[in-house]
Design a protein around this ligand. Structure first.
Ligand code: DGT
Ligand code: CA
Ligand code: CA
Ligand code: ZN
Length: 575
Protein backbone atom coordinates (compact mmCIF):
# COMPACT_ATOMS: atom_id res chain seq x y z
CA UNK A 1 0.00 0.00 0.00
CA UNK A 2 1.48 3.30 -1.00
CA UNK A 3 0.55 6.57 0.64
CA UNK A 4 -1.78 7.59 -2.21
CA UNK A 5 -3.79 4.39 -1.82
CA UNK A 6 -4.08 4.93 1.92
CA UNK A 7 -5.16 8.51 1.28
CA UNK A 8 -7.87 7.36 -1.11
CA UNK A 9 -9.39 5.13 1.55
CA UNK A 10 -9.32 7.96 4.10
CA UNK A 11 -11.02 10.17 1.56
CA UNK A 12 -13.64 7.54 1.02
CA UNK A 13 -14.32 7.47 4.74
CA UNK A 14 -14.72 11.25 4.68
CA UNK A 15 -17.13 11.05 1.76
CA UNK A 16 -19.21 8.31 3.35
CA UNK A 17 -19.32 10.22 6.63
CA UNK A 18 -20.61 13.19 4.71
CA UNK A 19 -23.39 11.06 3.24
CA UNK A 20 -24.19 9.97 6.75
CA UNK A 21 -24.39 13.66 7.66
CA UNK A 22 -21.88 13.07 10.40
CA UNK A 23 -20.22 15.81 12.42
CA UNK A 24 -18.57 18.30 10.03
CA UNK A 25 -15.51 18.46 12.24
CA UNK A 26 -14.84 14.73 11.85
CA UNK A 27 -15.37 14.86 8.12
CA UNK A 28 -12.87 17.67 7.79
CA UNK A 29 -10.39 15.78 9.94
CA UNK A 30 -10.45 12.83 7.50
CA UNK A 31 -10.14 15.16 4.53
CA UNK A 32 -7.09 16.79 6.07
CA UNK A 33 -5.48 13.50 7.04
CA UNK A 34 -5.96 12.21 3.51
CA UNK A 35 -4.11 15.19 2.09
CA UNK A 36 -1.31 14.94 4.64
CA UNK A 37 -0.88 11.22 4.00
CA UNK A 38 -0.83 11.72 0.23
CA UNK A 39 1.95 14.30 0.46
CA UNK A 40 4.00 12.63 3.20
CA UNK A 41 7.57 11.96 2.08
CA UNK A 42 8.11 8.65 3.83
CA UNK A 43 6.20 5.43 3.06
CA UNK A 44 3.73 4.92 5.91
CA UNK A 45 3.73 1.24 5.15
CA UNK A 46 7.43 1.14 6.01
CA UNK A 47 6.79 3.07 9.20
CA UNK A 48 4.13 0.60 10.33
CA UNK A 49 6.14 -2.44 9.27
CA UNK A 50 9.12 -1.26 11.26
CA UNK A 51 6.85 -1.11 14.27
CA UNK A 52 7.23 2.63 14.61
CA UNK A 53 4.28 4.76 15.65
CA UNK A 54 2.66 7.05 13.14
CA UNK A 55 3.48 10.30 14.81
CA UNK A 56 4.41 13.72 13.70
CA UNK A 57 1.89 13.74 10.88
CA UNK A 58 0.42 17.19 11.29
CA UNK A 59 -3.27 17.11 12.04
CA UNK A 60 -3.52 13.31 12.22
CA UNK A 61 -5.04 12.29 15.52
CA UNK A 62 -4.64 9.01 17.35
CA UNK A 63 -7.78 7.37 16.06
CA UNK A 64 -6.89 8.16 12.44
CA UNK A 65 -3.35 6.91 13.01
CA UNK A 66 -4.79 3.62 14.24
CA UNK A 67 -6.92 3.36 11.11
CA UNK A 68 -3.88 3.98 8.92
CA UNK A 69 -2.04 1.18 10.67
CA UNK A 70 -5.03 -1.08 10.18
CA UNK A 71 -5.22 -0.17 6.48
CA UNK A 72 -1.54 -0.91 5.98
CA UNK A 73 -1.87 -4.29 7.64
CA UNK A 74 -5.19 -5.46 6.17
CA UNK A 75 -5.80 -3.33 3.09
CA UNK A 76 -8.92 -1.85 4.63
CA UNK A 77 -10.35 -0.93 8.02
CA UNK A 78 -13.36 -1.86 10.08
CA UNK A 79 -14.80 1.63 10.05
CA UNK A 80 -14.69 1.86 6.26
CA UNK A 81 -16.31 -1.55 5.87
CA UNK A 82 -19.13 -0.53 8.21
CA UNK A 83 -19.70 2.69 6.30
CA UNK A 84 -19.64 0.98 2.93
CA UNK A 85 -22.24 -1.49 4.10
CA UNK A 86 -24.66 1.35 4.79
CA UNK A 87 -24.75 2.63 1.23
CA UNK A 88 -25.44 1.03 -2.14
CA UNK A 89 -22.44 -0.46 -3.92
CA UNK A 90 -21.26 1.73 -6.76
CA UNK A 91 -21.85 4.94 -4.88
CA UNK A 92 -18.18 5.16 -3.96
CA UNK A 93 -17.31 5.04 -7.63
CA UNK A 94 -19.75 7.83 -8.44
CA UNK A 95 -18.44 10.06 -5.64
CA UNK A 96 -14.99 9.99 -7.19
CA UNK A 97 -16.13 11.57 -10.43
CA UNK A 98 -14.77 15.09 -10.68
CA UNK A 99 -17.65 17.54 -10.51
CA UNK A 100 -19.74 15.24 -8.35
CA UNK A 101 -19.57 15.24 -4.56
CA UNK A 102 -20.97 12.60 -2.24
CA UNK A 103 -24.33 14.31 -1.79
CA UNK A 104 -24.99 14.77 -5.45
CA UNK A 105 -23.89 11.21 -6.09
CA UNK A 106 -26.40 9.97 -3.54
CA UNK A 107 -29.15 12.11 -5.02
CA UNK A 108 -28.47 10.78 -8.51
CA UNK A 109 -28.63 7.30 -7.13
CA UNK A 110 -31.90 7.92 -5.30
CA UNK A 111 -33.64 9.89 -8.03
CA UNK A 112 -32.39 8.15 -11.15
CA UNK A 113 -31.26 4.77 -9.84
CA UNK A 114 -27.79 5.14 -11.36
CA UNK A 115 -25.04 3.26 -9.58
CA UNK A 116 -22.18 3.15 -12.06
CA UNK A 117 -20.38 5.38 -14.52
CA UNK A 118 -22.01 3.95 -17.57
CA UNK A 119 -25.53 4.52 -16.26
CA UNK A 120 -24.60 8.03 -15.18
CA UNK A 121 -23.22 8.81 -18.61
CA UNK A 122 -26.42 7.59 -20.22
CA UNK A 123 -28.51 9.70 -17.80
CA UNK A 124 -26.50 12.82 -18.69
CA UNK A 125 -26.77 12.20 -22.41
CA UNK A 126 -30.54 11.81 -22.21
CA UNK A 127 -30.70 14.99 -20.09
CA UNK A 128 -32.34 13.30 -17.15
CA UNK A 129 -29.72 14.85 -14.88
CA UNK A 130 -30.42 18.43 -15.97
CA UNK A 131 -34.04 18.04 -14.97
CA UNK A 132 -33.20 17.36 -11.34
CA UNK A 133 -33.46 20.04 -8.72
CA UNK A 134 -30.20 21.91 -8.25
CA UNK A 135 -28.79 20.53 -11.48
CA UNK A 136 -28.71 21.97 -14.96
CA UNK A 137 -27.20 21.58 -18.38
CA UNK A 138 -23.94 22.98 -17.01
CA UNK A 139 -23.70 20.36 -14.27
CA UNK A 140 -24.44 17.68 -16.81
CA UNK A 141 -21.62 18.91 -19.01
CA UNK A 142 -19.29 18.99 -16.05
CA UNK A 143 -20.12 15.44 -15.07
CA UNK A 144 -19.55 14.26 -18.63
CA UNK A 145 -16.15 15.94 -18.65
CA UNK A 146 -15.31 14.33 -15.34
CA UNK A 147 -16.25 10.93 -16.70
CA UNK A 148 -14.10 11.60 -19.73
CA UNK A 149 -11.09 12.43 -17.60
CA UNK A 150 -11.45 9.24 -15.61
CA UNK A 151 -11.62 7.12 -18.74
CA UNK A 152 -8.66 8.86 -20.30
CA UNK A 153 -6.62 8.34 -17.16
CA UNK A 154 -7.41 4.66 -17.46
CA UNK A 155 -5.83 4.64 -20.95
CA UNK A 156 -6.66 1.87 -23.36
CA UNK A 157 -10.13 0.41 -23.42
CA UNK A 158 -10.83 -3.32 -22.96
CA UNK A 159 -11.98 -4.99 -26.18
CA UNK A 160 -15.39 -5.85 -24.75
CA UNK A 161 -16.11 -2.24 -23.91
CA UNK A 162 -14.97 -1.05 -27.33
CA UNK A 163 -17.29 -3.66 -28.84
CA UNK A 164 -20.27 -1.91 -27.25
CA UNK A 165 -19.21 1.34 -28.91
CA UNK A 166 -18.69 -0.36 -32.25
CA UNK A 167 -22.19 -1.77 -32.00
CA UNK A 168 -23.67 1.69 -31.30
CA UNK A 169 -21.64 3.57 -33.91
CA UNK A 170 -22.34 0.83 -36.40
CA UNK A 171 -26.06 1.17 -35.90
CA UNK A 172 -25.78 4.91 -36.44
CA UNK A 173 -23.61 4.65 -39.55
CA UNK A 174 -25.81 1.98 -41.07
CA UNK A 175 -28.77 4.35 -40.94
CA UNK A 176 -27.00 7.13 -42.85
CA UNK A 177 -28.05 6.84 -46.51
CA UNK A 178 -24.96 8.82 -47.58
CA UNK A 179 -22.67 6.06 -46.38
CA UNK A 180 -22.30 3.25 -48.89
CA UNK A 181 -20.11 1.02 -46.76
CA UNK A 182 -18.23 1.10 -43.47
CA UNK A 183 -15.80 -1.31 -41.83
CA UNK A 184 -13.87 -1.30 -38.55
CA UNK A 185 -10.13 -1.86 -38.98
CA UNK A 186 -7.20 -1.44 -36.54
CA UNK A 187 -6.63 -3.34 -33.32
CA UNK A 188 -10.37 -3.89 -32.97
CA UNK A 189 -10.49 -5.95 -36.16
CA UNK A 190 -7.45 -7.87 -34.95
CA UNK A 191 -9.43 -8.50 -31.75
CA UNK A 192 -6.62 -7.27 -29.55
CA UNK A 193 -7.19 -7.40 -25.79
CA UNK A 194 -7.26 -3.61 -25.43
CA UNK A 195 -8.03 -0.90 -27.94
CA UNK A 196 -6.20 2.43 -28.21
CA UNK A 197 -8.60 3.97 -30.69
CA UNK A 198 -11.12 2.82 -33.27
CA UNK A 199 -10.29 3.04 -36.96
CA UNK A 200 -13.35 3.09 -39.19
CA UNK A 201 -13.21 3.11 -42.99
CA UNK A 202 -16.02 4.74 -44.87
CA UNK A 203 -17.07 4.75 -48.49
CA UNK A 204 -19.37 7.68 -49.23
CA UNK A 205 -20.43 9.64 -52.29
CA UNK A 206 -20.37 13.08 -50.71
CA UNK A 207 -17.64 13.17 -48.06
CA UNK A 208 -18.40 16.66 -46.74
CA UNK A 209 -22.04 15.79 -46.24
CA UNK A 210 -21.13 12.46 -44.66
CA UNK A 211 -18.75 14.24 -42.26
CA UNK A 212 -21.57 16.53 -41.18
CA UNK A 213 -23.84 13.58 -40.58
CA UNK A 214 -21.23 11.75 -38.51
CA UNK A 215 -20.69 14.86 -36.39
CA UNK A 216 -24.38 14.80 -35.50
CA UNK A 217 -23.87 11.50 -33.67
CA UNK A 218 -24.86 12.38 -30.14
CA UNK A 219 -21.97 10.55 -28.48
CA UNK A 220 -19.34 12.73 -30.18
CA UNK A 221 -17.85 14.92 -27.44
CA UNK A 222 -15.36 16.88 -29.54
CA UNK A 223 -13.51 16.93 -32.85
CA UNK A 224 -9.80 16.19 -32.69
CA UNK A 225 -8.95 16.64 -36.34
CA UNK A 226 -10.70 17.04 -39.64
CA UNK A 227 -9.57 16.90 -43.28
CA UNK A 228 -10.68 15.83 -46.72
CA UNK A 229 -9.82 12.17 -46.15
CA UNK A 230 -10.24 11.83 -42.42
CA UNK A 231 -12.13 12.83 -39.34
CA UNK A 232 -10.99 12.14 -35.77
CA UNK A 233 -13.38 12.59 -32.89
CA UNK A 234 -13.53 11.79 -29.22
CA UNK A 235 -16.67 10.14 -27.92
CA UNK A 236 -18.09 11.09 -24.55
CA UNK A 237 -16.72 7.80 -23.23
CA UNK A 238 -13.20 9.10 -23.94
CA UNK A 239 -12.68 6.72 -26.84
CA UNK A 240 -11.09 8.23 -29.95
CA UNK A 241 -12.47 7.26 -33.34
CA UNK A 242 -10.56 7.82 -36.57
CA UNK A 243 -12.83 7.81 -39.61
CA UNK A 244 -11.16 7.52 -43.00
CA UNK A 245 -12.86 8.06 -46.33
CA UNK A 246 -11.90 5.49 -48.91
CA UNK A 247 -12.64 4.97 -52.63
CA UNK A 248 -14.35 1.73 -53.59
CA UNK A 249 -11.40 0.68 -55.76
CA UNK A 250 -9.02 1.04 -52.79
CA UNK A 251 -11.29 -0.29 -50.06
CA UNK A 252 -9.49 -3.63 -49.70
CA UNK A 253 -6.07 -1.95 -49.65
CA UNK A 254 -7.20 0.54 -47.02
CA UNK A 255 -8.77 -2.21 -44.95
CA UNK A 256 -5.52 -4.14 -45.12
CA UNK A 257 -3.35 -1.12 -44.29
CA UNK A 258 -5.44 0.19 -41.40
CA UNK A 259 -6.03 -3.23 -39.93
CA UNK A 260 -2.29 -3.51 -39.46
CA UNK A 261 -0.59 -4.28 -37.30
CA UNK A 262 2.23 -1.96 -38.24
CA UNK A 263 4.91 -4.70 -38.13
CA UNK A 264 2.66 -6.93 -40.24
CA UNK A 265 2.21 -4.09 -42.78
CA UNK A 266 5.93 -3.55 -42.99
CA UNK A 267 6.56 -7.24 -43.64
CA UNK A 268 3.86 -7.31 -46.33
CA UNK A 269 5.25 -4.24 -48.03
CA UNK A 270 8.67 -5.87 -48.11
CA UNK A 271 7.15 -8.84 -49.91
CA UNK A 272 5.57 -6.54 -52.51
CA UNK A 273 8.86 -4.71 -52.98
CA UNK A 274 10.60 -8.02 -53.66
CA UNK A 275 8.39 -8.15 -56.77
CA UNK A 276 9.21 -4.54 -57.58
CA UNK A 277 5.65 -3.64 -56.65
CA UNK A 278 4.43 -0.98 -54.30
CA UNK A 279 1.83 -1.61 -51.55
CA UNK A 280 0.10 1.19 -49.67
CA UNK A 281 -3.35 2.16 -48.39
CA UNK A 282 -4.51 2.86 -51.96
CA UNK A 283 -3.58 -0.45 -53.50
CA UNK A 284 -0.94 -2.74 -54.91
CA UNK A 285 0.85 -0.98 -57.79
CA UNK A 286 3.10 -2.06 -60.61
CA UNK A 287 4.67 1.25 -61.58
CA UNK A 288 1.63 3.53 -61.62
CA UNK A 289 -0.82 0.81 -62.51
CA UNK A 290 -3.18 -0.47 -59.83
CA UNK A 291 -3.08 -4.27 -59.99
CA UNK A 292 -5.22 -4.98 -56.89
CA UNK A 293 -7.01 -2.90 -54.27
CA UNK A 294 -10.74 -3.47 -54.27
CA UNK A 295 -10.70 -6.44 -51.91
CA UNK A 296 -8.27 -7.93 -49.43
CA UNK A 297 -8.35 -11.45 -50.89
CA UNK A 298 -7.44 -10.05 -54.32
CA UNK A 299 -4.35 -8.36 -52.90
CA UNK A 300 -3.28 -11.42 -50.94
CA UNK A 301 -3.73 -13.52 -54.06
CA UNK A 302 -1.50 -11.23 -56.13
CA UNK A 303 1.13 -11.50 -53.41
CA UNK A 304 0.85 -15.28 -53.67
CA UNK A 305 -0.44 -15.51 -50.13
CA UNK A 306 -3.46 -17.21 -48.60
CA UNK A 307 -5.85 -14.74 -46.93
CA UNK A 308 -4.65 -14.12 -43.37
CA UNK A 309 -7.21 -13.78 -40.59
CA UNK A 310 -6.88 -10.34 -38.92
CA UNK A 311 -6.23 -11.99 -35.53
CA UNK A 312 -2.96 -13.37 -36.91
CA UNK A 313 -1.62 -10.12 -38.35
CA UNK A 314 1.02 -9.42 -35.72
CA UNK A 315 4.15 -10.41 -37.65
CA UNK A 316 4.49 -13.67 -35.74
CA UNK A 317 5.24 -15.84 -38.77
CA UNK A 318 1.83 -15.53 -40.45
CA UNK A 319 3.22 -14.32 -43.78
CA UNK A 320 5.62 -17.22 -44.14
CA UNK A 321 2.80 -19.58 -43.17
CA UNK A 322 0.44 -17.98 -45.71
CA UNK A 323 3.10 -18.39 -48.41
CA UNK A 324 3.55 -22.09 -47.77
CA UNK A 325 -0.06 -23.11 -47.07
CA UNK A 326 0.70 -23.60 -43.38
CA UNK A 327 -1.80 -21.23 -41.80
CA UNK A 328 -3.75 -22.97 -39.04
CA UNK A 329 -7.46 -23.60 -39.39
CA UNK A 330 -8.42 -21.33 -36.50
CA UNK A 331 -10.98 -22.39 -33.93
CA UNK A 332 -14.45 -20.88 -34.51
CA UNK A 333 -17.50 -20.18 -32.35
CA UNK A 334 -19.40 -23.13 -33.78
CA UNK A 335 -16.61 -25.51 -32.68
CA UNK A 336 -17.38 -24.78 -29.03
CA UNK A 337 -19.59 -27.43 -27.43
CA UNK A 338 -19.52 -26.32 -23.84
CA UNK A 339 -18.19 -24.00 -21.15
CA UNK A 340 -15.77 -25.23 -18.49
CA UNK A 341 -15.91 -22.55 -15.78
CA UNK A 342 -19.09 -21.25 -14.15
CA UNK A 343 -20.18 -20.17 -10.67
CA UNK A 344 -23.56 -20.41 -8.96
CA UNK A 345 -25.26 -19.06 -5.83
CA UNK A 346 -23.43 -21.80 -3.92
CA UNK A 347 -20.40 -19.48 -3.88
CA UNK A 348 -20.36 -15.99 -5.41
CA UNK A 349 -22.54 -16.47 -8.50
CA UNK A 350 -25.91 -14.78 -8.97
CA UNK A 351 -27.85 -17.64 -10.56
CA UNK A 352 -28.61 -21.15 -9.34
CA UNK A 353 -27.45 -24.43 -10.90
CA UNK A 354 -30.58 -25.02 -12.95
CA UNK A 355 -30.58 -21.49 -14.39
CA UNK A 356 -26.95 -21.77 -15.44
CA UNK A 357 -27.52 -25.19 -16.97
CA UNK A 358 -30.57 -24.09 -18.93
CA UNK A 359 -28.72 -21.01 -20.24
CA UNK A 360 -25.86 -23.22 -21.43
CA UNK A 361 -28.23 -25.60 -23.16
CA UNK A 362 -30.06 -22.66 -24.75
CA UNK A 363 -26.76 -21.60 -26.29
CA UNK A 364 -26.63 -24.99 -27.96
CA UNK A 365 -23.97 -26.43 -25.66
CA UNK A 366 -23.66 -30.11 -24.79
CA UNK A 367 -21.91 -29.59 -21.47
CA UNK A 368 -21.30 -27.09 -18.70
CA UNK A 369 -18.95 -27.40 -15.74
CA UNK A 370 -20.21 -25.89 -12.50
CA UNK A 371 -17.07 -24.77 -10.66
CA UNK A 372 -17.76 -22.90 -7.45
CA UNK A 373 -15.04 -21.62 -5.13
CA UNK A 374 -13.45 -23.58 -2.31
CA UNK A 375 -13.45 -22.47 1.31
CA UNK A 376 -10.22 -20.42 1.28
CA UNK A 377 -12.05 -17.74 -0.70
CA UNK A 378 -14.10 -16.66 2.26
CA UNK A 379 -15.45 -13.46 0.71
CA UNK A 380 -16.86 -15.58 -2.12
CA UNK A 381 -18.56 -17.94 0.33
CA UNK A 382 -16.30 -20.80 -0.79
CA UNK A 383 -17.39 -24.39 -0.20
CA UNK A 384 -15.93 -26.73 2.40
CA UNK A 385 -15.77 -30.50 1.85
CA UNK A 386 -19.23 -31.21 3.12
CA UNK A 387 -20.95 -28.40 1.24
CA UNK A 388 -19.10 -29.30 -1.96
CA UNK A 389 -20.22 -32.94 -1.68
CA UNK A 390 -23.84 -31.91 -1.31
CA UNK A 391 -23.45 -29.34 -4.09
CA UNK A 392 -22.05 -32.00 -6.43
CA UNK A 393 -25.01 -34.27 -5.61
CA UNK A 394 -27.39 -31.44 -6.45
CA UNK A 395 -25.57 -30.78 -9.74
CA UNK A 396 -25.81 -34.44 -10.68
CA UNK A 397 -29.47 -34.60 -9.69
CA UNK A 398 -30.30 -31.66 -11.96
CA UNK A 399 -27.98 -32.94 -14.68
CA UNK A 400 -29.80 -36.28 -14.71
CA UNK A 401 -32.96 -34.49 -15.86
CA UNK A 402 -31.25 -33.00 -18.92
CA UNK A 403 -31.04 -35.35 -21.86
CA UNK A 404 -28.06 -35.09 -24.18
CA UNK A 405 -26.38 -32.64 -21.85
CA UNK A 406 -23.55 -33.24 -19.39
CA UNK A 407 -23.80 -30.98 -16.36
CA UNK A 408 -20.36 -31.49 -14.86
CA UNK A 409 -19.86 -31.42 -11.12
CA UNK A 410 -16.68 -29.43 -10.64
CA UNK A 411 -14.88 -26.97 -8.44
CA UNK A 412 -12.50 -24.04 -8.68
CA UNK A 413 -10.21 -25.09 -5.88
CA UNK A 414 -7.75 -22.65 -4.39
CA UNK A 415 -4.04 -23.25 -4.67
CA UNK A 416 -2.89 -22.43 -1.16
CA UNK A 417 0.29 -20.52 -0.48
CA UNK A 418 2.36 -23.70 -0.24
CA UNK A 419 0.85 -25.30 -3.35
CA UNK A 420 -1.54 -27.59 -1.51
CA UNK A 421 -5.11 -27.73 -2.74
CA UNK A 422 -7.81 -26.25 -0.55
CA UNK A 423 -9.91 -29.45 -0.53
CA UNK A 424 -9.72 -33.03 0.64
CA UNK A 425 -8.26 -35.25 -2.09
CA UNK A 426 -11.05 -37.80 -1.82
CA UNK A 427 -13.68 -35.17 -2.56
CA UNK A 428 -11.70 -33.83 -5.53
CA UNK A 429 -11.32 -37.34 -6.94
CA UNK A 430 -15.11 -37.75 -6.99
CA UNK A 431 -15.63 -34.70 -9.20
CA UNK A 432 -15.89 -34.52 -12.99
CA UNK A 433 -13.76 -31.43 -13.42
CA UNK A 434 -11.26 -29.64 -11.17
CA UNK A 435 -9.86 -26.18 -11.89
CA UNK A 436 -7.07 -25.04 -9.59
CA UNK A 437 -6.49 -21.29 -9.24
CA UNK A 438 -4.32 -18.86 -7.34
CA UNK A 439 -6.39 -16.21 -5.52
CA UNK A 440 -4.13 -15.25 -2.61
CA UNK A 441 -0.48 -14.52 -1.77
CA UNK A 442 -0.13 -13.17 -5.29
CA UNK A 443 3.02 -11.23 -4.52
CA UNK A 444 5.05 -14.40 -3.90
CA UNK A 445 8.51 -14.38 -5.51
CA UNK A 446 9.04 -16.10 -8.85
CA UNK A 447 10.74 -19.26 -7.54
CA UNK A 448 8.27 -19.80 -4.76
CA UNK A 449 5.33 -19.15 -7.06
CA UNK A 450 6.67 -21.57 -9.66
CA UNK A 451 7.09 -24.31 -7.04
CA UNK A 452 3.65 -23.56 -5.64
CA UNK A 453 1.88 -23.94 -9.00
CA UNK A 454 3.88 -26.99 -10.06
CA UNK A 455 3.06 -28.70 -6.79
CA UNK A 456 -0.65 -28.06 -7.37
CA UNK A 457 -0.77 -29.25 -10.98
CA UNK A 458 1.30 -32.33 -10.12
CA UNK A 459 -1.21 -33.75 -7.65
CA UNK A 460 -2.96 -35.77 -10.35
CA UNK A 461 -6.24 -34.29 -9.12
CA UNK A 462 -6.29 -31.17 -11.28
CA UNK A 463 -7.76 -30.90 -14.79
CA UNK A 464 -7.02 -27.24 -15.47
CA UNK A 465 -5.00 -24.32 -14.19
CA UNK A 466 -7.47 -21.41 -13.86
CA UNK A 467 -6.64 -17.85 -15.00
CA UNK A 468 -2.91 -18.70 -14.77
CA UNK A 469 -1.59 -15.12 -14.50
CA UNK A 470 -4.22 -13.84 -12.09
CA UNK A 471 -3.96 -10.44 -13.73
CA UNK A 472 -6.78 -7.92 -14.11
CA UNK A 473 -6.18 -5.83 -17.21
CA UNK A 474 -5.34 -2.27 -16.24
CA UNK A 475 -5.92 -3.08 -12.54
CA UNK A 476 -3.71 -5.86 -11.27
CA UNK A 477 -0.30 -7.07 -12.40
CA UNK A 478 0.18 -10.74 -13.28
CA UNK A 479 1.75 -13.07 -10.75
CA UNK A 480 5.28 -14.09 -11.59
CA UNK A 481 6.37 -17.67 -12.36
CA UNK A 482 8.63 -19.62 -14.69
CA UNK A 483 6.25 -20.21 -17.60
CA UNK A 484 8.37 -22.90 -19.29
CA UNK A 485 8.56 -24.94 -16.10
CA UNK A 486 4.84 -24.62 -15.35
CA UNK A 487 3.85 -25.50 -18.92
CA UNK A 488 6.11 -28.56 -18.81
CA UNK A 489 4.45 -29.71 -15.58
CA UNK A 490 1.00 -29.16 -17.06
CA UNK A 491 1.87 -31.27 -20.06
CA UNK A 492 3.34 -34.00 -17.96
CA UNK A 493 0.27 -34.23 -15.73
CA UNK A 494 -2.30 -33.70 -18.47
CA UNK A 495 -3.47 -30.40 -17.03
CA UNK A 496 -5.09 -27.89 -19.39
CA UNK A 497 -4.31 -24.21 -19.28
CA UNK A 498 -7.42 -22.13 -18.99
CA UNK A 499 -8.16 -19.23 -21.28
CA UNK A 500 -10.38 -17.31 -18.91
CA UNK A 501 -12.81 -15.26 -21.01
CA UNK A 502 -13.77 -12.58 -18.48
CA UNK A 503 -13.21 -9.29 -20.40
CA UNK A 504 -10.76 -7.93 -17.82
CA UNK A 505 -8.87 -11.22 -17.45
CA UNK A 506 -8.26 -12.80 -20.89
CA UNK A 507 -5.90 -15.10 -19.08
CA UNK A 508 -3.78 -16.90 -20.36
CA UNK A 509 -3.02 -14.15 -22.92
CA UNK A 510 -2.26 -14.95 -26.57
CA UNK A 511 1.54 -14.71 -26.54
CA UNK A 512 1.83 -17.16 -23.65
CA UNK A 513 -0.73 -19.47 -25.26
CA UNK A 514 1.54 -19.67 -28.29
CA UNK A 515 4.42 -20.64 -26.03
CA UNK A 516 2.29 -23.18 -24.13
CA UNK A 517 1.07 -24.78 -27.32
CA UNK A 518 4.65 -25.28 -28.44
CA UNK A 519 5.21 -27.01 -25.10
CA UNK A 520 2.41 -29.40 -26.03
CA UNK A 521 -0.23 -28.22 -23.58
CA UNK A 522 -3.96 -28.33 -24.27
CA UNK A 523 -6.36 -25.50 -23.48
CA UNK A 524 -9.82 -25.08 -22.04
CA UNK A 525 -12.04 -22.06 -22.47
CA UNK A 526 -14.01 -20.84 -19.48
CA UNK A 527 -16.20 -17.78 -19.17
CA UNK A 528 -15.94 -17.84 -15.37
CA UNK A 529 -19.59 -16.77 -15.60
CA UNK A 530 -20.97 -15.41 -12.35
CA UNK A 531 -24.43 -15.08 -13.89
CA UNK A 532 -26.14 -16.84 -16.79
CA UNK A 533 -25.78 -13.80 -19.03
CA UNK A 534 -21.99 -13.98 -18.78
CA UNK A 535 -21.86 -17.23 -20.72
CA UNK A 536 -21.69 -14.92 -23.75
CA UNK A 537 -18.12 -13.98 -22.74
CA UNK A 538 -17.03 -17.10 -24.65
CA UNK A 539 -16.55 -14.76 -27.63
CA UNK A 540 -13.71 -12.98 -25.84
CA UNK A 541 -11.97 -16.22 -24.95
CA UNK A 542 -12.21 -17.27 -28.58
CA UNK A 543 -10.52 -14.02 -29.61
CA UNK A 544 -7.53 -14.96 -27.48
CA UNK A 545 -7.48 -18.52 -28.82
CA UNK A 546 -7.57 -17.33 -32.42
CA UNK A 547 -4.85 -14.74 -31.85
CA UNK A 548 -2.80 -17.59 -30.39
CA UNK A 549 -3.13 -19.63 -33.62
CA UNK A 550 -5.18 -22.31 -31.84
CA UNK A 551 -7.23 -24.84 -33.78
CA UNK A 552 -10.24 -26.84 -32.60
CA UNK A 553 -7.84 -29.67 -31.78
CA UNK A 554 -5.97 -27.55 -29.23
CA UNK A 555 -9.06 -26.77 -27.16
CA UNK A 556 -10.99 -29.42 -25.25
CA UNK A 557 -14.27 -27.46 -25.35
CA UNK A 558 -14.61 -28.77 -28.90
CA UNK A 559 -14.94 -32.39 -27.74
CA UNK A 560 -18.27 -34.15 -27.49
CA UNK A 561 -19.37 -35.04 -23.93
CA UNK A 562 -18.37 -38.61 -24.61
CA UNK A 563 -14.90 -37.70 -25.85
CA UNK A 564 -14.47 -35.33 -22.95
CA UNK A 565 -15.48 -37.98 -20.44
CA UNK A 566 -12.97 -40.36 -21.96
CA UNK A 567 -10.19 -37.81 -21.87
CA UNK A 568 -10.85 -36.89 -18.26
CA UNK A 569 -11.15 -40.50 -17.17
CA UNK A 570 -7.80 -41.21 -18.72
CA UNK A 571 -6.33 -38.30 -16.83
CA UNK A 572 -7.69 -39.40 -13.47
CA UNK A 573 -6.67 -43.00 -14.08
CA UNK A 574 -3.10 -41.81 -13.66
CA UNK A 575 -3.57 -40.99 -9.99
P1 DGT B 1 -4.37 0.79 -31.18
O1 DGT B 1 -5.23 1.83 -31.81
O2 DGT B 1 -3.23 1.37 -30.42
O3 DGT B 1 -5.13 -0.20 -30.38
O4 DGT B 1 -3.67 -0.07 -32.35
P2 DGT B 1 -3.90 -0.01 -33.93
O5 DGT B 1 -3.21 -1.19 -34.50
O6 DGT B 1 -5.34 0.14 -34.24
O7 DGT B 1 -3.05 1.26 -34.36
P3 DGT B 1 -3.46 2.66 -34.97
O8 DGT B 1 -4.85 3.04 -34.64
O9 DGT B 1 -2.39 3.59 -34.57
O10 DGT B 1 -3.32 2.48 -36.53
C1 DGT B 1 -4.17 1.62 -37.25
C2 DGT B 1 -3.38 0.84 -38.24
O11 DGT B 1 -2.84 1.72 -39.26
C3 DGT B 1 -2.16 0.14 -37.69
O12 DGT B 1 -2.47 -1.11 -37.11
C4 DGT B 1 -1.31 -0.02 -38.91
C5 DGT B 1 -1.60 1.22 -39.70
N1 DGT B 1 -0.55 2.20 -39.47
C6 DGT B 1 -0.59 3.28 -38.67
N2 DGT B 1 0.57 3.94 -38.72
C7 DGT B 1 1.38 3.26 -39.57
C8 DGT B 1 2.71 3.43 -40.03
O13 DGT B 1 3.42 4.38 -39.68
N3 DGT B 1 3.20 2.51 -40.90
C9 DGT B 1 2.45 1.45 -41.31
N4 DGT B 1 2.98 0.58 -42.16
N5 DGT B 1 1.19 1.25 -40.89
C10 DGT B 1 0.67 2.14 -40.03
CA1 CA C 1 -6.63 1.89 -33.56
CA1 CA D 1 -5.98 5.16 -35.10
ZN1 ZN E 1 -10.97 -17.58 -10.01
Amino acid sequence: MNNAQIANLLLEIANLLELQQADAFRIRAYHNSARVVRDWGESLEDVVKQGRAIEGLPGVGRSTAEKIAEIVKTGTCQRLQELRAQFPAGLTELMQIPGLGPRRALMLHQKLGVSDRQALRAACLSHRVAELEGMGVKSEQKILEGLLMLDLAAGRMPYAEAAVHVQQIGEYLSHLPLIVRWEVAGSFRRRAETIGDLDILIEAGDRAAATKEILKYNLVANVIGQGAERLSVRLSSGLQVDFRFVEADSFGAALMYFTGSKPHNIALRRRAQANKWKLNEYGLFKGDTLIAGKTEPAIFRKLDLAWIAPELREDRGEIAAAATGKLPKLIEPRDIRGDLHAHTTASDGADDIATMARAARDRGYSFLAITDHSKAVRIANGLDEERLRRHAEEIRRIGATMRGFWLMAGVEVDILRDGQLDMDEKVLAELDWVIASVHSSMALGKDEMTARIIRAVSTGLVDALGHPLGRLIGKREPISFDAEAVFRACREHDVCLEINAQPDRLDLPDSLCIQARQAGVKFCLGTDAHRADELRFMEFGLNVARRAWLTAGDVINTLSPMQLRKRLRRATAKV
